[in-house]
Every structure is written in C-alpha cells, then in structure tokens.
Write a protein that binds this ligand. Structure first.
Ligand SMILES: Cc1ncc(COP(=O)(O)O)c(C=O)c1O
Length: 361
C-alpha cells in the first residue's frame, strides 16, 4: 500500500458545523420528475466485508440524468439567476469532466438560457456528445481539469456570462456553495430511507471525491447540528488524482499532479477552498483506489443489479481496500467498523454517464 492509498485522519470527533439549508431539498421536491433515488441493500457485500449491512445510494437516474450532479446544477443555476435582473437569456459557463457540464446544460436550457461548457482532455466522446445534445456549445481545451476551470472562468468574464462552477476558490465561493447545498439532498434522502428500517445513521460513508464538493455536502450533513453524530466519513479518489490524503498529511489543501484514470469525474488535483475546512475538521480517512480495482467493483455491483459507472464503483473498491486484507484490523478500528455496522456506498454515476471498460481480472 503506498503512503497515500490509505490516510487515517485523527481529528476532534466532537466537531460540528451548521446543517445544510432545507431550501434546496424543498426546491428539488417541487421539480417535475423529482423522486428520491433508490437505496439498495447488498447483503452479499455485507458478508464479504464483514459488516452488518451495505447499502448503495444509486444515483444512476437522478432528475432524468445519470449522475448526482443534477442536484447541484439545478439548485445553483436557479439560485444564481434568481438574484440577477431579468434581462433575457443569459449564457451559463462551466468547466466539466462530464456530468456537471451536462447537468448545467440541461437546467440552463430548461430555464431558457444558453450554456457554454469547457472540457479538458480525457472526457469520453459520448459524455461530450451528451452535453451537445442538451444544446450547449462545447469547447475542448488542453491541459488539466484545473486549467479548464481557469479557462471557463476567463470565458465567463470575457462574454459577461454566469460561471456556475462546482469547485470554489478564494473569491469565488457563493455559487459553489449553492451547488454543495444541492448535493445535500442525497444524504437527507438516505437518512429517511435508513430510518424506514430503524437505522438512525450509517456508521461509515464512502464518498467519491474529485474537488470534494460532494464530500463537503456529506460532511455538512453528518457533522451538522441537526445530525445524529457518529457517522465516520472516508473520501475515495483514484490513485492518479489523490489530493485529499496528501492535503490531510500536509495540513493544508495542496495541488497534486493528475494522471489518467477511467474515473473522469474524480480526476481533479485540488480540493475546493470551500470544502477544505470541512475536510480538515470532519473527514476521518482518505482512500485512493486503482482503476483495476474500480472496474472490478463496478462490474460486481452490476452483477448485483446496480449499474454503476466508473466513479460509481469507487466506493466499493475503497471499502474492500479499507475493510479487508492485511492491516485491515487497524483500519477497521480507526473507522469504528464492526460486524454490526452499516456501510453506505454512494454510487455517484450510472454506466450511462460514462462507459465502463470490460473486466480486467
Ligand atoms: C460521477 C461523479 N462522482 C463524483 C464526483 C466528485 O464530485 P466532487 O468534484 O464534488 O468531489 C464527480 C464530479 O464530477 C462525478 O462526476
């Protein structure tokens, strides 16, 4: 195991923050076609991992799109435009590694606006086509995801567009904050679904992380002043773009060079500035997984009826890495996981969002 494959983070476990606002979930509930995504019980995985229950929150169909990103984009586009004077159609701009751009394009169109989407290399052609099919103009640029974010920010300024980006940096935090608020709906739904079977909170949640906005939503939810405390949260990233573990080790958000991974949505080298305080105070472990383990996990989930895309397999790959194999007794102790624990996997995208390569093992 490399130094950043598993990073245990010791923190003050009594730390809390403000719970996410209820406004976004009320907005989502009023959208046409809204329904909570399903929470699937996976008893064979519980047995394999030596825990009481494994449940998967399946985001493969969310507001008509194949990833959770629709939650953030819908609320942030609505919220950003609500405050602006009504001067006719506007141009909404964002950079994306696929899912966010498609969701921004969809909700811009539905609200009568145009979208310009900037895409770095490595995004699957079918994901780019899906964005174009929403009527958006797509610019493919060189460099990394971080470079594409900088390009989108410049473009928005040049054309007087509205940047709706799903990562924050100092001086650009309000709109990413609304995106995070939108994501929190997913965890609120999971609580209600677990409560239906008498469980007040999951013991361990594995959250796929790119820039960490979804992770921020998870941490705001589980560390929030309305939460039942006691949930341990771990981030999951590809080995090729693991910035959370190195940031925890450095004690500050650091940028790591990114490589090539099938988990395109997680191929980000810098934690969001808005997410970082939540991560450093609220995250319990950072896990990095290989593409090979991720593909195997996604295929195993598919065999169990959960059609996960590449990012969707990451949680199971990380659960296997953390909870089984040599050294797992110590990792389980750190995570507080035992034979009665409930583990929540967040399946952030379906196979329709990004194609899944064939099984490598
Ligand atoms: C499918 C999928 N999962 C997870 C993530 C990670 O979200 P975040 O960048 O907020 O950490 C993304 C981001 O693009 C994604 O598309």
């Amino acid at each position: 195991m490399s130094a950043t494959t598993w990073v245990a983070h010791d923190r003050d476990r009594s730390w809390t923050c403000a719970s996410p606002s209820q406004e976004a979930i009320e907005f989502h509930r009023a959208l046409p076609g809204y329904a909570p995504t399903r929470l699937v019980d996976l008893p064979s995985l519980a047995e394999e991992l030596g825990v009481g229950r494994v449940v998967a929150k399946d985001e493969s169909s969310r507001l008509g799109l194949p990833a959770f990103k629709a939650l953030g984009a819908s609320w942030a586009v609505h919220r950003a435009l609500r405050d602006l004077p009504d001067e006719g159609p506007r141009v909404i701009v964002t950079a994306t590694d696929g899912n966010h751009g498609r969701a921004v394009a969809r909700f811009s169109r539905l609200l009568g606006h145009r979208a310009r989407i900037v895409v770095p290399p490595g995004v699957h052609p079918s994901a780019i086509q899906a964005i174009r099919d929403e009527g958006a103009e797509v610019s493919a640029v060189g460099g990394t995801y971080d470079d594409a974010v900088a390009d989108a920010s410049r473009l928005a300024e040049e054309i007087g567009g509205v940047l709706v980006q799903d990562t924050a940096w100092v001086g650009y935090e309000q709109i990413p904050g609304w995106i995070v608020e939108g994501y929190a709906t997913l965890f609120a739904e999971a609580d209600e679904q677990l409560a239906g079977s008498g469980i007040t909170h999951p013991d361990l949640v594995l959250v796929p992380a790119g820039v960490g906005s979804l992770l921020q939503a998870a941490l705001a939810h589980y560390r929030g002043d309305r939460a039942v405390l006691g949930t341990v949260v771990a981030s999951v990233e590809p080995e090729a773009a693991a910035c959370m573990g190195p940031s925890l080790l450095a004690g500050e958000a650091v940028t790591v060079p990114t490589g090539v991974t099938i988990m395109a949505g997680l191929n980000c080298g810098t934690p969001s500035s808005l997410a970082w305080p939540y991560i450093v105070n609220g995250l319990d472990a950072a896990i990095a997984v290989s593409d090979e383990d991720d593909i195997r996990a996604a295929h195993d989930l598919a065999d169990l009826g959960v059609l996960a895309g590449p990012c969707g397999g990451a949680g199971l790959a990380a659960a296997r890495l953390a909870l089984t194999g040599p050294g797992s007794a110590e990792r389980r102790r750190h995570l507080g996981v035992g034979p009665d624990s409930t583990v929540l996997l967040v399946i952030t995208e379906g196979a329709d969002a990004n194609p899944l390569p064939g099984r490598e093992t």
